[in-house]
Ligand binder design. Structure first.
Ligand SMILES: [Ca+2]
Ligand SMILES: [Ca+2]
Length: 408
């Protein structure tokens, strides 16, 4: 395999009403409000980028400000050269749009090839990233050092900071990232370094680099408000953004049993400098305390969490049976009722002759506001009566009836 690669490489250096009787009064309005404003930070500015999508001869690299050093002093090929489609294709851009190195650049068993970046002004906390790989299931491991020079020097001795030594990807392109701890002009270096390499060595084959980026301070998807309120027994989440950058959207998460779970997704606005408002309604709540947060997701899949907001859904002050909605209806409608305490509930539909048509509910419900759907697809037009009977755990009893009209 290695020999074949030698030949191939040698050749290829170039790659979203009817009123009824009712015992009781209107349900109390539940208000609740504990919230805080939050800022979600996500998108970063790209300070430096090299795609290697043009020519990657040493001369072309140097013309773009890269410094190439053949520190082992030998080899039959240039230390860095155009990626070859005969080994693998580039991570991005044209298939040959990456820079490569291999064992034929060795001085005997020793390979020491430096690819030193142009000077870049960074701030501590900025991140360097690039993609690297070798052939899949590489039998001859390749490895690189990643370093930077806080003096923006161009000699190996000037590289006073070392992130570490890493084996290049052996299952497709792999992303490497590191964080600068220094502010000022720097150069970073990717050093292909192997001591038992060369055409006869055990530890070198072929490696490529693509899409080198330095990303700077975060540009936020600026969340100017995020609050939760209770309306008609549901939790209404509202949030606003001042600006958005590459925003795919917001996963809405709710805490249950100590863990957050996604309960819905609201699409974002991509990139905009205009203020945007978003709403999400969580109908699946009973009396209790709930915690929500937003997971803001970028187009590239990266994400950030907002701070969490807490909302208290107070139990309704009284029992109530609401008018169905819509009404008149065809063929389905929804009936809401409020329970001041946990109750055993029956909700039954009768026709105008008092004959039982349908049992919509006959079980225990928690204190809170509940909604039950009624589908009358198989019934004839006319007036129907629905009756709620609730027996609370505190012994309270509530009964109410209302009329509704099916119009086909
Ligand atoms: Ca590329
Ligand atoms: Ca060399």
């Amino acid at each position: 395999m290695k020999k074949i690669s030698v030949l191939l490489l040698a050749l290829a250096l170039f790659a979203t009403v009817y009123a009824g009787e009712e015992k009781g009064t209107k349900p109390g309005t539940q208000t609740s409000t504990r919230y805080e404003s939050v800022t979600i930070s996500t998108q970063r500015d790209v300070i430096f980028q090299e795609t290697f999508n043009g020519s990657n001869t040493v001369a072309a690299l140097e013309a773009r400000g890269w410094v190439v050093i053949n520190a082992d002093g030998g080899g039959t090929t240039a230390p860095w050269y155009q990626g070859s489609t005969q080994v693998f294709n580039a991570f991005e851009g044209p298939d040959t749009g990456y820079v490569a190195s291999n064992y034929n650049g060795a001085n005997g068993f020793y390979i020491n090839h430096w690819l030193i970046s142009p000077p870049v002004i960074v701030s501590a906390g900025d991140t360097l990233s690039f993609y690297h790989r070798s052939p899949d299931a590489n039998p001859y491991d390749d490895s690189i050092f990643v370093r930077y020079s806080t003096t923006a020097g161009t000699t190996p001795a000037a590289f006073d900071q070392t992130w570490g030594k890493y084996r290049t990807g052996e299952a497709g392109w792999q992303l490497w990232t590191g964080t600068f701890s220094h502010s000022g002009a720097v150069r970073f270096a990717i050093q292909y370094y192997i001591t038992n390499g060369g055409p006869s060595g055990a530890n070198s084959n072929y490696m490529g680099l693509d899409l080198v980026q330095i990303k700077g301070p975060v540009v936020p998807v600026e969340l100017t408000s995020f609050n939760a309120n209770v309306k008609d027994g549901a939790v209404v989440l509202n949030w606003s953004t001042a600006t958005e950058t590459n925003n795919t959207g917001f996963e809405v998460e709710k805490k249950q049993n100590g863990q957050f779970f996604s309960i819905g997704f609201i699409k974002g606005s991509g990139t905009t400098s205009e203020s945007r408002n978003y709403t999400f309604v969580d109908n699946k709540v009973e009396a209790g305390t709930y915690t929500y947060r937003l997971k803001q997701i970028d187009l590239d899949g990266s994400f950030e969490y907002s701070k969490a907001v807490e909302v208290i859904v107070a139990p309704p002050a009284i029992f109530a049976l609401n008018q169905n909605y819509p009404n008149p209806f065809n063929p389905s409608t929804k009936i809401n009722f409020s329970l001041a305490v946990d109750s055993k509930v029956s909700l039954t539909v009768f026709n105008i002759l008092g004959q039982k048509i349908s049992i919509l509910a006959n079980s225990n419900f928690g204190a809170g506001v509940h909604g039950v759907a009624f589908d009358a697809a198989k019934l004839n037009s006319g007036i129907y009566i629905y009756k709620l009977e609730a027996v609370g755990i505190d012994g309270s009893r509530f009964t109410a009836t209302k009329k509704m009209m099916l119009t086909k």
